[in-house]
Design a protein around this ligand. Structure first.
Ligand code: FAD
Length: 564
């Protein structure tokens, strides 16, 4: 890509002391913590496919497309030239290319297409990698990932749609499902009067004939947020005579006519620009009920579990992206007669970020293993259900200051659009909001603990295996025993969730990470010694070892498979 490295011969324009663009560093091979986790958690078989994905994520052509897809956001076309309603979203071609890449790599479908141990672990690694390329595309693939197990609750609907949802072929043509090679999916519950409190939904669904699972209804109402708005089918939550229900709403009906779904406008968002988030009006809109009337929340549980996991994986990708770019920059930039990588305080900042990134990776990859084992192991199911909420909460709290710090490492250029950092900085907060904002998620942690005593047991089983390995960890376990042994107060939900997240991360690092990483994590995140900002590691931390583990190996993209 000549334009990326183009140099001019202008006499006054000598570029010195600036790195070249970071390119072609395989995002998987250069991430030792992720490689080790993939193998440890049971998806060694996916190594080669992650190498390919890691190369695609680092491909300058794909990075350029991701930038374009965000610089030229989708546009709403409500009418054709003759005034007929079409309610279509038009995307830049780059969006379609990135979507096709995600579909080819099975981001939406991997565990459902490969029913084998480690499938969710492989999926988690893939999501961490893909989120280093483009965040907007994550929303459509997250929804498909969550919808498939939900759809399977209604076999006659699954018989029509599942094959198309499982396709690795991205087919963006706005055509009825029977003409398509693959479909994409959206999901809409949020209305103006309420999002977190789903019971406030006012959209109504009335049966055309007989009511019940799999039956046809007509929907009337509005939806205030519907992302992935170019989708072929939207899953919509509406009120039935018996309470909430979840409906499959295709954009096209079987006779080839359009299902009446009016896209009122697209949201003008802070970030996530490439992805179309719409407001919808529904009137005489045909939908088919999944599950029982009045059991909409139960029907959605499976969906929410997986989509929440997806939005816990996204910040891990963003952190790693920020770290990789920061580490690259400091190797090629000097200030005050020293390369930045050799400045002691900069090393402290980078090592602190590296610890955070590895702790995040280790946590989500362990949760992925719990998802893999959930169908045969109750304890793993309980652990996965609890830990996914903990991770969704905590990692999304950490990613915003993290990417800001990675930006600051770059100095002024980090604030400039041509560096990729601003795009990811704008992307960072969204995963803390959708699929449950911070308060709602931490309250959900308390709900899980209150409802199923097995979750508490599974949690302590996980953190107590490292008893006596680290004094800070031992103290943290004792603290948590007293905290969780007392009645759980709602106003303490964030505090409790944070403490649980840190203890889980520490327990996993103690078992799986080098002592340099683990000791620094425990000394700063568990002891109360740590300060609020990154770059505040105390004396005595083995920064050299931490950085040599985190530094991307520039040669790795050409390497034969290394031992992990
Ligand atoms: C870019 C974007 C895309 C989106 N796409 C979709 C989509 O595709 N489909 C869809 O259905 N929705 C979508 N949403 C909506 C999103 O899921 C909701 O905004 C989110 O769930 C919060 O709901 P709300 O906006 O109604 O806020 P509210 O529910 O009003 O919450 C506001 C605040 O109150 C807090 N809060 C709520 N209850 C409690 C409580 N009991 N105690 C303490 N605090 C509480 C929340 O944590 C939050 O901080 C999208 C949102 C955004 C920003």
């Amino acid at each position: 890509m000549a334009y990326l490295n183009a140099e001019t011969n202008l006499r006054t324009h000598v570029v010195e002391n600036q790195p070249h663009t970071l390119e072609q560093t395989n995002a998987f091979l250069s991430d030792i913590a992720l490689r080790e986790a993939l193998s440890r958690e049971g998806a060694d078989w996916a190594f080669d496919r992650m190498v390919k994905l890691g190369a695609d994520v680092a491909d300058p052509d794909n990075i350029h497309k991701a930038t374009l897809a965000n610089r030229f956001p989708p546009e709403l076309k409500r009418f054709d030239p003759y005034g007929r309603r079409i309610d279509t979203v038009e995307f830049h071609p780059a969006w379609h290319d990135i979507m096709a890449l995600a579909w080819r790599h099975e981001l939406p479908t991997l565990p459902w297409r490969h029913d084998r141990p480690g499938a969710h672990v492989a999926k988690a690694a893939a999501s961490i990698l893909f989120n280093q390329l483009e965040g907007g595309v994550m929303c459509p693939f997250a929804i498909t990932y969550g919808i498939i197990p939900m759809l399977r609750q209604q076999p006659e609907l699954a018989a029509v749609w599942e094959r198309l949802m499982l396709s690795t072929e991205y087919d963006p043509r706005p055509r009825p499902h029977y003409e398509k090679r693959g479909v994409t999916v959206a999901f809409s519950v949020t209305e103006k009067q309420g999002g977190s409190d789903v019971r406030g939904v006012s959209t109504e669904a009335k049966p055309i004939g007989q009511a019940g699972p799999g039956r046809e209804y007509l929907l009337r109402g509005h939806k205030w947020f519907c992302s992935a708005a170019g989708a072929d089918v939207i899953f919509i939550v509406a009120q039935t005579a018996q309470g909430l229900g979840c409906f499959l709403v295709p954009r096209w009906l079987d006779d080839g006519s359009r299902n009446p779904i009016s896209i009122e406008r697209l949201k003008d968002k802070l970030g996530n620009k490439s992805n179309a988030s719409a407001e919808l009006e529904l009137e005489n809109t045909h939908g088919w009920l999944i599950g029982e009337e009045g059991r909409g929340i139960q029907t959605m549980m499976m969906f929410m579990l997986y989509t929440r996991f997806e939005v816990a994986l996204a910040p891990v990708g963003i952190m790693r992206l920020g770290l990789t770019h920061a580490l690259h920059h400091v190797q090629h930039r000097s200030a005050f007669q020293r390369r930045l990588i050799d400045q002691p305080l900069m090393r402290n900042v980078l090592a602190d970020l590296a610890i955070e990134s590895e702790a995040a990776t280790t946590l989500v990859m362990r949760i992925a293993r719990a998802f893999d084992a959930a169908s045969i192991n109750d304890s793993e199911r309980s652990f996965g259900r609890l830990a996914v909420a903990i991770a969704k909460y905590w990692l999304n709290k950490q990613v915003v200051p993290f990417i800001h710090e990675a930006m600051e490492v770059h100095g002024g250029i980090g604030y400039i659009e041509e560096s990729v950092i601003p795009r990811f900085y704008r992307e960072a907060p969204i995963n803390g909001i959708w699929e449950g904002a911070g308060n709602v998620i931490s309250l959900d942690v308390l709900r899980a603990l209150r409802k199923d005593k097995g979750t508490l047991t599974a949690f302590f089983d996980e953190i107590e295996v490292v008893r006596s390995a680290d004094r800070h960890m031992d103290a943290a376990v004792l603290d948590l025993k007293s905290l969780l042994g007392a009645p759980l107060a709602d106003d303490q939900a964030r505090y409790i969730t944070e403490k649980m997240a840190l203890a889980l991360q520490a327990s996993l690092l103690i078992r799986h990470a080098p002592s340099a990483v683990t000791d620094a994590f425990c000394a700063t995140r568990l002891s109360g010694r740590g300060a609020q900002a990154f770059g505040t590691l105390p004396n005595g931390v083995d920064i050299d070892t931490i950085l040599s583990r985190a530094l991307p190996d520039r040669k790795s993209s050409f390497a034969v498979r290394p031992q992990v």
